[in-house]
Design a protein around this ligand. Structure first.
Ligand code: ADP
Ligand code: MG
Length: 944
């Protein structure tokens, strides 16, 4: 039989590959009598023997024939199924890390046992990935008989399982589970605080079942873990709202007056600089003022003059004379707002210092120097000062966001309010974006403005696409009935070859050419008619629809005709599996979307083969030929009879959008009348052409996105890798000391110019830096400083900080302090990584939109992404040290602050739940000037 197999012509390369495997298959077959002769205990003993031989140097390829023979024999004894030769070929292909294309019903489940057993000998864990929990459980139980017989353990990871059970499942030799569970466990593990809590082992070998669905259709689906952001400032928004309204009223009145003046001058024909200055003032005080926008719209030249005036005054440092008259100033370009002294007086009312951030370093120095305070009082005063500092900063931040909400964001333009929620309107497409939120408090500010509930902000804590998750396996393989059409993509993206395995028995299904109707209505009429006829004969029909909506329309029509039927839409896997298993029984009609009941075998009922087997009726062509082939493949399994036909109309999406002139031309030539379908090979060919084009477009989109993804993917690998190291590392003392030295060095180099004499050093920023990271202020007397150089200052400072570090260690006790090292570093990584996800997301969005001229947006993204990454790494160092140096009493409780206590949400895809929150203004580099306009570096100002 096997020799016949090779006579078939299935593409020459594939044929050659097949031929190469034939000796191996023969060898396995020749071993069969020997393995048959073994007693149960002898056969069971094989596993230990194989492992020993492997330990002595034989590799998996050497062991392949015997292990396959052993598994086959075990299967015969336990399940009564003997692996067909083609299943051996499939097993070899999977072991070689290829995609085995085996038609539906060929027995992929059984074929996979061979390579899973073989690779499990390495004791590194093998994963089998299914498309739903039901299949994971079914296959693990079903095939578990073989593994257990041979002394291998099997685990299943499904949705409702705690970590304890997950861990056990992953420790098993072979683990079945869905792509979702594997992916989420990976992300969750990378948020754990100790290595013992991680559930997964390494990612060694994975076989992905229905691989086209997971690695192509769902490849771009991100898995997202999100949780609410911890916010201390929510209370501010509603409380500050009245003062912001007052500010707006004052400003509006003022702007009206300025506009009146400007318009009067223009009427008098005086469009001199003074007029432009007035208009500039309006622009800075109310950029979206409708009257102002009208004026500019009627005279486009004006806008240019206003902008020019603005940059001129700005270069002359004279803008403030205009700004002083306003209450608050809006910088539209960088989406920021600040207030003038006049505005400040209005805002703070009788609370004079409500909006003045105290000078921390000066304040602390004053407290330390105060001879009337004892040690305890000093500590209390410092803490009070720090609290005041934090509160004022938050109040200022909230006010700034509120000003933006009132001045720059208009209801029914930038957002709408629906059912008590503020919903963003996409500025490019005009579509509503439910579930998305502006970040950084802006969304809350708008909620306060609209008087709806100020909600907690959700934010992405971790995310990965399936594509990137599966690319991490050391060895990856897949199986499906339909891979060949996507072979180039599998090769390019995953470096996976597609290997077409011949069917066990000859495939005899009849695939009829498509019939095409003019309208969808006519098409459905004909479909119902056809179903009716087949149904009256008793032949089972499986009807494929491409959407839930269409399946419901059809269902209604069938009900009218009194035809009993089942509707499936891939929601309840277990129940659908039962229904679809019955789809081959005489007289059944089953309507199903493409994914419903995948993986379940349709066995023909009694008498059905003589009726022609299962008939598959497609009601529309999918964009991808592969999906159509999946549907067809439901019929004609294992040599069964069967047939298939697609019904189309010119109104179908594929035809409308991609149908090309050619189809219309053919249609015209052949003539087309009401209710008269056309059935012609040329049409089928033309449609296939359209599908190929769409497939090509989609592949290109996925490939392009992957190139962007790769940037993040590299960064994730680095960060998660570092995280792992920290988890594993018993003592982090050396690492921390290294970080201290680097941070001190950077701080000095950033603020002290080696060419400047010590007497002229401006030590303020350096003190600020050191204080903000290490929580203490170094003191140098004039005498000390006189003899220093930049280099010796670094050394002296290092000693001071290290001294403090040693003191901390003793104060806290070395063991707890060591433990806190890990917590501090993990927390820093996690916090900053989350921010980083946002920043990169924004960068990507921004790059896509920016007109880059000659520049390659991908290159720009890579370059800027790398810079953001570097500053993130710096931030991680600083934040780790910040936490470590601020720890006081190291109780278990304090340590657990680092545990993300947030309600975590897992979601999958962009269906509203949680997309990364967006920050409107670009992320500011830590060494860039602060956007608040203070003139200080961001990290010394608002960024600290
Ligand atoms: P696929 O996943 O390839 O569509 P399945 O693994 O679901 O196919 O198997 C389809 C059916 O074929 C199952 O009912 C299974 O019992 C049967 N089958 C598979 N391999 C064999 C075999 N070697 N001998 C007998 N029956 C088999
Ligand atoms: Mg299957």
């Amino acid at each position: 039989m096997f020799s016949n197999l090779f006579k078939k012509i299935i593409g020459s390369k594939n044929e050659r590959e097949l031929k190469k495997l034939s000796p191996l298959v023969r060898q396995i077959n020749e071993l069969e009598p020997h393995f048959k002769s073994l007693s149960d205990s002898q056969l069971k003993g094989k596993t230990a023997e194989f492992k020993q031989r492997r330990a002595k140097g034989e590799n998996l390829d050497d062991l392949l024939p015997e292990t396959f023979a052993a598994v086959r024999e075990a299967s015969v004894r336990v399940l009564g199924m003997r692996h067909f030769d083609v299943q051996l070929v499939g097993g070899i292909a999977l072991h070689q890390g290829k995609i085995a294309e085996m038609k539906t019903g060929e027995g992929k489940t059984l074929a996979a046992t061979l390579p899973l057993y073989l690779n499990a000998l390495l004791e590194r864990g093998c994963h089998l990935v299914t498309v739903n929990d039901y299949l994971a459980k079914r296959d693990a139980e079903w095939m578990g008989g073989i593994y257990n017989y041979l002394g291998m353990s099997v685990g299943v990871v499904v949705h409702d399982m705690d970590d304890q059970r997950r861990k056990i499942a992953y420790r098993a030799d072979i683990t079945y589970g869905t792509n979702n569970e594997f992916g989420f466990d990976y992300l969750r593990d990378n948020m754990k605080l100790s290595i013992e809590d991680c559930v997964q082992r390494e990612l060694y070998f994975s076989i992905v079942d229905e691989v086209d669905s997971i690695l192509i259709d769902e490849s771009r689906t991100p898995l997202i873990i999100s949780g609410p952001i911890e916010h201390g400032e929510d209370i501010f928004y509603s409380a500050l709202k009245p003062s912001i309204i007052r500010l707006k009223e004052h400003q509006d009145r003022l702007i009206r007056a300025i506009l009146n003046k400007a318009e009067a001058r223009m009427r008098e024909g005086k469009d001199d600089d003074k007029t432009i200055e007035l208009l500039l003032q309006v622009k800075r005080g109310s950029p979206k003022n409708p009257r102002f926008l009208d004026i500019i719209a009627t005279d486009p030249g004006l806008k240019k003059r206003i902008d020019r005036m603005e940059s001129f005054l700005s270069s002359q440092k004279a803008l403030h004379t205009l700004d002083e008259e306003l209450y608050c100033i809006i910088e539209e370009q960088d989406h920021s707002a600040h207030w003038s002294d006049k505005g400040l007086r209005l805002l703070s009312g009788d609370q004079h210092d409500a909006f003045i951030v105290p000078d921390l370093s000066q304040g602390i120095q004053d407290i330390e120097d105060d001879p009337h305070l004892n040690f305890r009082e000093k500590k209390r005063k410092v803490r009070e000062l720090e609290e005041k500092y934090a509160e004022t900063s938050e109040r200022m931040h909230a006010s700034q966001q509120l000003i933006k909400a009132y001045w720059l964001f208009n209801k029914d333009v930038e957002y709408v309010v629906r059912d008590g929620q503020v919903i963003i309107v996409d500025e490019f497409t005009g579509r509503l974006m439910p579930g998305r939120r502006w970040s950084d408090g802006l969304h809350q500010a708008i909620e306060a403005k609209e008087g709806v509930n100020v909600a907690e902000e959700n934010q992405t804590l971790a995310t990965i696409t399936f594509q990137n998750y599966f690319r991490m396996y050391e060895k990856l393989a897949g199986m499906t009935g339909t891979a060949d059409t996507e072979a180039p993509e599998f090769k390019k993206i995953y470096d996976l070859d597609v290997f077409i395995i011949p069917t066990h028995k000859k495939m005899i299904r009849l695939d009829y050419p498509d019939v095409i109707y003019k309208t969808e209505r006519e098409k459905f009429k004909a479909v119902v008619q056809e179903i009716k006829e087949l149904h009256s004969k008793g032949q089972p029909v499986l009807v494929g629809t491409i959407s839930i909506e269409k399946s419901e329309i059809l269902s209604k029509m069938l009900r009218k005709e009194g035809i009993k039927h089942q509707v499936l839409n891939a929601k309840n896997h277990e129940r659908e599996a039962e229904i679809i298993a019955q789809a081959g029984q005489s007289g059944t009609v089953t309507i199903s979307t493409n994914m419903a009941g995948r993986g379940t075998d349709i066995v023909l009922g009694e008498g059905v083969p003589t009726l022609g087997g299962l008939h598959v009726l497609g009601t529309e062509r999918h964009e991808s030929r592969r999906i159509d082939n999946q549907l067809r493949g439901r019929s004609g399994r294992q040599g069964d009879g069967g047939s298939s036909r697609f019904y189309l109309s010119l109104e179908d999406d594929l035809m409308r959008i991609f149908g090309s002139e050619r189809i219309s031309a053919v249609m015209d030539k052949l003539g087309m009348e009401e209710d008269q379908p056309i059935e012609h090979q040329i049409i089928s060919k033309a449609i296939e052409g359209a599908q190929k084009r769409v497939e090509g477009i989609n592949f290109n989109i996925r490939k392009n996105l992957l190139e962007y993804d790769d940037v993040m993917n590299q960064q994730r690998k680095v960060i998660y890798g570092q995280r792992r190291e920290i988890l594993k590392d018993a003592s982090l003392k050396e690492t921390v000391i290294g970080m201290i030295e680097e941070v001190v060095e950077d701080a000095v180099v950033n603020s002290i110019d080696p060419k400047v004499f010590p007497e002229e050093w401006n030590l303020g920023p350096l003190y600020d830096d050191i204080y903000s990271i290490f929580g203490f202020l170094p003191y140098f007397s004039k005498e000390e400083i006189k003899d220093l150089t930049q280099a010796s200052l670094i050394e002296v400072l290092k000693l001071k900080v290290l001294d403090l570090y040693e003191k901390k260690e003793i104060e806290i006790d070395p063991e707890s302090f060591g433990f806190l090292h890990r917590i501090a570093m993990l927390k820093a990584i996690d916090d900053i990584w989350i921010d980083h996800l946002l920043a990169m997301d924004q960068l990507k969005e921004g790059i896509g939109l920016r007109g880059y001229g000659q520049m390659d947006p991908l290159k720009e993204y890579q370059k800027e992404g790398y810079n953001i990454f570097l500053s993130m790494v710096e931030g991680i160092k600083e934040n780790s040290l910040k936490t470590l140096f601020r720890i006081r009493i190291p109780t278990q409780e304090e340590a657990s602050i680092a545990v993300p206590k947030k309600k975590m949400m897992l979601s999958h895809g962009g269906n509203g739940g949680s997309t990364p929150a967006r920050r409107k203004a670009p992320k500011v580099g830590r060494n860039n000037p602060c956007p608040c306009g203070s003139g200080k570096k961001y990290k010394h100002c608002c960024g600290r």
